[in-house]
Write a protein that binds this ligand. Sequence first.
Ligand code: ADP
Ligand code: MG
Length: 694
Amino acid sequence: MSQILNVPELFGSDVFNEAVMKQRLPAHVYKAWESCIQTGSTLPLDVANEIAEAMKIWALEKGATHYTHWFQPMTGITAEKHDSFISPTGDGRVIMEFSGKELVRGEPDASSFPSGGLRATFEARGYTAWDPTACAFVKDGSLYIPTMFFSYTGDSLDKKTPLLRSLEEVSREAIRILRLFGDNKTQRIITCVGAEQEYFLLPKDLYAQREDLRLTGRTLFGAPAPKGQELDDHYFAAIRTRVSEFMQDLDEQLWRLGILSKTKHNEGAPCQHELAPIYTDANKACDDNQLIMRTMKKCAAKHNLVCLLHEKPFAGVNGSGKHNNWSLSTDTGKNLFSPGKTPRQNAQFLVFLAAFIQGVDEYQEFLRCTVASASNDTRLGANEAPPAIVSIFLGDELNGVVQSIIDGTNYTEPEKSLLRIGVDVMPAIPKDTTDRNRTSPLAFTGNKFELRMLGSSQSIAGPNIALNTIMAEELGRFADELEKAPDFDKALQKLVYKAFTDHKRIIFDGNGYSDEWRQEAARRGLSNLASTAEAMRTYLSQKNIDLVTSRGVFTETEFRARHSIYLDDYRKKVNIEARTMVDMAVQQILPAAMRYTDSLCAGVASKKSLGVCCRGEMALIQKLSAACDAAYDCMERLKDALNRIPEDEEAAADHCHSVIVPLMAELRTQADILEQNTAKSFWPYPTYSDLLFY
Ligand code: ADP
Ligand code: MG
């Protein structure tokens, strides 16, 4: 019988959290740390020394021998370099040491992380600095210290720093609005994020036999299995034992790390699953999501499974996304996107809603860019994922309110006077309507917005940085206007009316997958940036540069560096995939099909000598030969296209998108014809049927 888990005891047991700090630090040290967090000031060295010492003792008790500065470079995943605590005593022995300096600052040899030109290799130093607002934890024998990562010149080289900056900005501007509504208590606004994570699990032995899965995380070839997801028999279905054991193990490890893993279930596609934690502050949510992805991979390996986080591991069945649930809350836990009970609360809610709608419309391209990647290109805009067009779903009730404000009509009782913001009461907004629109890229779900465009493998930092910054910008503009208005109520009416009227084009409650929407969106003047190459052409618009620099979220140099890095990453990923396809075609697919053709030919020769009819064989031979020829030609053209990638980074991305990716699709079509016409015993690797229905 398995042991009974004491979850409350287990939860957070590997985290150096506030409770542990309170218990282990002298009162004055804990106070000093607390005030640093609140004011954002730097920690005095003596305080850092005491915290480091307490951390070390705690970590040693947990079995740690090393510590690592854990950071989030622009690769979108995390990085770590481990140092042991050992320090020689001079007599051939060691003691375990860890100083405040080592806690606060690190210097990984960082020359191999993408910097987008921010750091020449001759000046390869990168620095890490402790983020004291995030908790350290012990994992795999190391003390992990969450850090920011920056260059010698102080430029951010990571995803955490701009996220923290954006959190400050949105907090500051939201508080200005709250003050106007008479709230003098709130000191901080917390950005709340809950990121639902989709993933696939495959048996390790099958995975290992496919070069495409091993090198790119997705299948580049593969004819559809006779069965797909059409029976809807996987979504929410009973979880098979092997997967269930994995999930239990995963939960246990995540709970140890203080991650609020809450929901697990099977998803739409065969072998697809989802994990959702309970939402938390955005900084922790971002760290946690990285840990979730890492732990999933590691835990899967332990169970002889492989966890695929790729956005589209298999053609023809659903891909994986990450639903980023986002809201703003006061430090006392009041959700600013919760419609209130009184007219005053409703007016405040409408200001935040108006800022959101205006911001998303104005900066739709920026938001789109934050989810652009080679792997997410394979999913976004396909028919089971949100379209690449940014729009907001509000639901019937809220739509009615917005429309009534635009029309100047009363929503609830049409005969009566106008719905006056801050005067009339709004209808109740249901939290979880079952019919809420699944095709929308950005949906209001009662008291939060759910961004569904994010890919399953991506860091959640990007879109959250964008949402916070956009929101800070609009709230700031609103506050500027309202603070100087002689008549607050009038100014408020005007402002909300104008925001809804000017930006209603971004609101769309219909079917986001339909062609009609694409046409309608074009009529409305909304951007449809279908690929990374197209999206990234809008990234460095003056509007975006002004936004991020005036808000202090990125310097212009940092922002330009990111543009460069994303394009570079896109080009490299497409290249790796294309080269993998060529490799598999030459080494495995063509030889298999040719061997099979040979054996058919040999059969035909001997049958013919006996005068037996060979119509079936002959037809098959013709089909295989034609597809072999076509595949070979595609492959040659693909190789040629790979040799002609332009120097300029935007031109290179365009070339990848408009030449290489279509050739990859063509080669796949031919290879899949070969697969469908070749005997199983000749086929060199597991098929979709083997992989998805093991
Ligand atoms: P689903 O979208 O699958 O139906 P839920 O709506 O229950 O699931 O929640 C999805 C995620 O949204 C969870 O991570 C949940 O904790 C998070 N969430 C719930 N309320 C908020 C909020 N106010 N702000 C941010 N995230 C939230
Ligand atoms: Mg959801």
